[in-house]
Write a protein that binds this ligand. Sequence first.
Ligand code: NI
Length: 254
Amino acid sequence: MKIFDSHAHYNDDKFDDDRETLLLERLADYVIMNVGADIKSSMEGIELAHKYNHIYASVGVHPHYAEGVTDEDIELLKQLATKDKVMAIGEIGLDFYYDHSPRDVQRSCFKKQLAVAKELKMPVIIHSRDACQETFDILKEANVSDGVIHCFSGSKELALEYIKRGFHIGIGGALTFKNARKTVDVVREIPLDRILLETDAPYLAPVPYRGKRNDSSFLVHVIQKIAEIKGISSDIVATQTFSNARRLYRISNL
Ligand code: NI
């Protein structure tokens, strides 16, 4: 069973002790998109992608780190985006739950990065928390519809609106949590060919590992849950989501 983890952070220091063994042994058969959250982690992701065959990278500034981002940083990001094996811009968006950066700064940083993605014709990886409608409106206004809404936590109606516009929906460990009724509804409603599997590793480990360090091998629990909700086999879930991620990230040689 070939599995594509469309969103992980293997540059995170929680992997410092065993990154190499983990990636080369337990995760050797997985294809992984390592997602950037600021300039530094974006550069680290590119290094990982250049070191390991089965890793690709995205570059972007997460809304948490939007404050202090200069136009030179955006220019640098644009250069990084053209490097080999960089396939997407992300994660970018709005986070009004933590509000680590002022909201107007988040909006402006988000819009500038959407412009980069459009210019380079690259898909986007969207982070949105407690900012459902505004994220949707900004994407609509920017006329961006090529991407994935990461760790989707909205309603099934919103999921269907995103899909209608061309987006994919990222589903991860949160689907297995006890309070996941809304996400279960989303998975039931949306077509399998728009679902991407994601870990957000090292965060959001699925049940029965909730609270522990997450890695791509735990995706089997998410796959099983999607299979159960949709009444299909785990094999079909893995195969279809693999091909969805490959299509969205334009990876031809897999
Ligand atoms: Ni993430």
